[in-house]
Write a protein that binds this ligand. Structure first.
Ligand code: MRU
Length: 358
């Protein structure tokens, strides 16, 4: 399976080359494929805030490379460069609030810096650490893809019709994807007949990005309005909702793209199984429950305009971009350390004690 997934890989969104970070601009996909070059931490922080790069794991990886750029610049300037680096750390850590992978990756980079030996070149050490974060996310996705596909096989043997939300593919991660990685693997194994992708208002990660990634691999995909999900569950024989997460708390609650919560409620009502796929870097054991997660709210104009053109009445608009799905609506959380079925605090703690499965 691993080899078949590797062979199917078509999309790459983060490229680190010769001391520059190149990001495939996700705001204009799929109709334009433009790469944005970043050579400062500020540039990377802005790319994260403005959604050039998005998806919790991809944001963490980009931020790690952003810190490498900062080390290169600060080290060359001399003086107390490690102190000066804190400014860059703050810039990056504040780029977006909800996905914990950003904080996880930056903390891992900072810890590596604290362990720096006198003879080591900080630029090379930090570059190696960022590359390792990137590579381990790809590996985690490969493992999760296989585990998730096995879970589908275990519960339902026949051809599945699945529903997914937002974009959790190669674009949102270090490669392959989380939920979309599972969908890819299950399709390769002949278990998936069709994928319904909610368009994911207002940024349209579903209709622009997920649909593009799946169509590139000839996986049958149908885009639908977000508000059609419950109707589809009733009429189209959907057996699984498969989504990613931006933060998972110690009790198994998850924050993900706005609309995930109502998908879980509708799935429970219709007897559709609900799978969350996320690497352990998305699990935040410091937060007891989803109530503690800071949920990003973006400018209301994102709801009232399309490509900068006003379409809605010029009134107040409330634009929360993530919501929390409580653990009791989740059938399984798939990570690279293993699967937690019917998550709760004890099972999440046990999972975090396990080693990665690859
Ligand atoms: O606002 P976005 O596009 O960054 O939101 C992304 C999501 O909500 C994804 O579902 C989540 O990050 C998981 S991606 C592997």
């Amino acid at each position: 399976m691993r080899d078949r997934l590797l062979a199917a890989e078509k999309v790459k969104a983060i490229d680190w080359r010769d001391g520059t970070l190149y990001l495939l601009d996700q705001r204009v996909l799929p109709h334009e494929q433009t790469w944005q070059a970043c050579d400062t931490a500020l540039g990377v922080a802005q790319a994260i805030s403005s959604m050039v790069v998005r998806g919790a794991p991809a944001i963490g990886i980009a931020a790690a490379y952003g810190l490498v750029l900062a080390v290169i610049e600060r080290y060359a300037a001399g003086g107390d460069w490690q102190m000066a680096l804190e400014e860059d750390f703050d810039l990056l850590v504040n780029a977006r609030p909800t996905g914990v992978n950003l904080f996880w990756a930056l903390n891992r980079m900072r810890e590596r810096l604290y362990r720096l030996k006198d003879h080591e070149d900080p630029r090379a050490v930090m570059e190696a650490e960022a590359l390792a974060i990137h590579e381990s996310d790809r590996e985690a996705n490969l493992t999760m893809a296989q585990l998730g596909a096995e879970l589908i096989r275990k519960h339902q043997g026949n051809l599945q019709t699945v529903f997914t939300h937002c974009n959790t593919g190669a674009l949102a991660t270090g490669g392959f994807g989380t939920a979309l990685g599972v969908i890819r693997a299950a399709y390769i194994e002949g278990m998936i007949e069709r994928v319904y992708a909610g368009e994911t208002r207002p940024w349209l990660q579903g209709s622009r990005l997920t649909a593009w990634e799946l169509a590139n691999e000839d996986i049958p995909v149908t885009v639908t309005a977000d508000s059609a999900a419950a109707h589809l569950m009733k009429t189209k024989g959907i057996t699984w909702v498969i989504v990613g997460a931006d933060r998972i708390t110690a009790n198994g609650d998850i924050a993900n793209k706005i609309g995930t919560y109502h998908l879980a409620v509708a799935a429970m009502h219709h007897g559709v199984r609900f799978m969350v796929v996320a690497p352990s870097s998305t699990i935040d054991m410091n937060l007891a429950s989803g109530e503690d997660i800071l949920l990003e709210e973006r400018d209301g104009r994102e709801l009232l305009e399309l490509n900068g053109h006003p379409v809605g009445a010029q009134v107040d608009a409330f634009n929360p971009v993530f919501d929390v799905t409580p653990a009791d609506l989740i059938d399984a959380i798939v990570t690279e350390k293993g699967i937690v079925e019917r998550p709760d605090t004890a099972k999440m703690a046990q999972l975090m004690c396990r080693k990665r499965l690859h």
